[in-house]
Write a protein that binds this ligand. Structure first.
Ligand code: CMX
Length: 423
């Protein structure tokens, strides 16, 4: 049995007892009120979901199992997945074991490539990636064992197996999509001597050791962002119907593909490149301000800025800027990203709409990828997706172990609201 599975299995009875006790002894206590504005406003701030893998504090940012993300930037993604699922970082042996499991399970079945080859050549890489995941649903252990009459108490086990199988294959699938979509030549096989993140870089076709580092950092930083963001919540809801992990993760990633969510990283680099092209390099402060106002006055958002929860510069953005200072400080795109950080918060404050005028993760990531030659920016959300699948899978496995019921909040109509408020 994989060491990670062993460790998680040992935790399940304690987790179940804890939840049972909390709901039995405190189940009637209120944790949130919901206003009319919140009901019409995307449920912002409503506490109605449980997520133990990570937390997003408005003034701190992402905290994974009690550890602020900036304390985890030297960890590799395998360690992060172990941490998300169990609350502990792996020992050296546990890490090796997880890497061996990934290597063993990394091959994407041939039929998946045939499905992707049948798609229009200009398909969006996210549509191809999500289609590949859905096509692999055929592999689901959960679905097979459910059909065979598995007991409820065993649900987590094939869900765990599906998770590991899926995560092991995602770098191969994502890199294959890249090479197919952008005519980069034949697929490059998984190298069993490399870790998961370096393998992804390798299979994309770039074996620069610094790019390996960038990729590990990228996959670590995007791993999870608590339970209520579009992708996590969609994945949770679909999974709560006992749809297996292939259905649920693909659903979550379809949400990540939206421009207000993960696709913002593609939009953001596009915006930065427009600036660099228009001004023939790094702009002056005034040029940048004017360009930002042009964007805002044409009714568009400044991509990479603002957040539904955060009220500080996103620490993941800070981590990318720190990385860039070491590896691409002289790059015009990186320099423009830094200048945008100096200028845009002030512009957005003056604009007066965004509750948080500070950068989110998407404001910085693209410049690093661009520096290392990954310049097909419609592809960027796929990288985000490979990483975010770790959060989704760990949340789903935990929910299967806890027997979390099907999600079903109550909706009301506008007539009901009018009556309720006395209109
Ligand atoms: N540029 C211009 N206007 C912005 C803005 C930005 N970067 N961020 C917010 N606003 C505007 C909103 O569009 C909204 O305007 P309306 O009242 O006209 O609808 C107003 O400010 C209030 O919005 P908010 O409460 O501050 O933000 P929301 O919680 O509604 O939305 C987010 C959050 C991220 C969708 C929004 O800030 C945005 O569109 N940012 C740009 C896109 C982006 O970077 N998305 C990536 C987020 C991270 C991720 O999920 O990957």
């Amino acid at each position: 049995m994989p060491a990670l599975k062993d460790k998680f299995a040992a935790q399940i009875p304690g987790l179940q007892t804890e939840i049972k006790t909390i709901t039995k002894e405190h189940g009637d206590k209120k944790i949130s009120d919901v206003s009319v504005a919140q009901a019409y406003g995307g449920m912002r701030g409503v506490k109605g979901l449980i997520c133990d893998t990570s937390l997003v504090e408005p003034e701190v940012g992402l905290i994974v199992r009690g550890r602020p993300i900036l304390e985890l930037t030297d960890k590799i993604p395998e360690e992060i997945f172990f941490l998300l699922l169990t609350g502990d970082l792996p020992s050296a042996d546990e890490l090796k074991d997880l890497q061996a499991e990934y290597a063993k399970r990394s091959t994407v079945p041939d039929y998946v490539w045939k499905v992707l080859e049948a798609m229009p050549k200009e398909s969006h890489p996210m549509a191809m990636f999500d289609t590949g995941i859905l096509a692999m649903e055929y592999e689901s252990e959960f679905r097979k064992q459910y059909a065979a009459g598995m007991s409820k108490k065993d649900y987590w086990d094939p869900c765990f197996e599906d998770s590991l199988n899926l995560l092991a294959k995602l770098p191969s699938l994502a890199a294959g999509v890249y090479r197919m979509r952008y005519d980069k030549g034949p697929r490059i096989p998984y190298d069993t001597n490399l870790d998961w993140g370096a393998n992804y870089a390798h299979m994309l076709g770039n074996d620069d050791e610094d790019f390996y580092k960038a990729m590990r950092l990228y996959l670590t930083l995007h791993c999870d962002h608590e339970g209520g963001n579009v992708s996590a919540f969609s994945c949770h809801t679909v999974g709560s119907a006992l749809s297996d992990i292939y259905y649920a993760v693909s659903a979550g990633l379809n949400g990540l593909a939206g421009p207000l969510h993960g696709l913002a990283n593609q939009e953001c680099l596009g915006w930065i490149l427009q600036v660099v092209e228009k001004f023939g390099g790094v702009p002056t402060e005034q040029q940048l301000k004017d360009f930002a106002w042009e964007t805002l006055n044409s009714g568009k958002v400044i991509p990479g800025y603002g957040h539904a929860v955060l009220r500080c510069p996103d620490p993941r953005f800070v981590a990318f800027v720190n990385f860039g200072a070491k590896y691409c400080a002289d790059d015009d795109v990186y320099k423009t990203v830094k200048m945008v950080f100096d200028i845009i918060p002030g512009v957005l404050k003056e604009h007066g709409k965004a509750k948080n005028p500070q950068p989110n993760v998407d404001a910085g990531s693209g410049s690093i990828l661009y520096h290392f030659g990954l310049r097909e920016f419609p592809y960027y959300t796929v990288l985000f997706a490979v990483s975010r699948a770790m959060g989704m899978c760990s949340q789903l496995v935990i929910n299967r172990a806890l027997g979390t019921p099907i999600t079903r909040p109550k909706s009301v109509g506008t007539d009901w609201i009018k009556k309720h408020v006395g209109m």
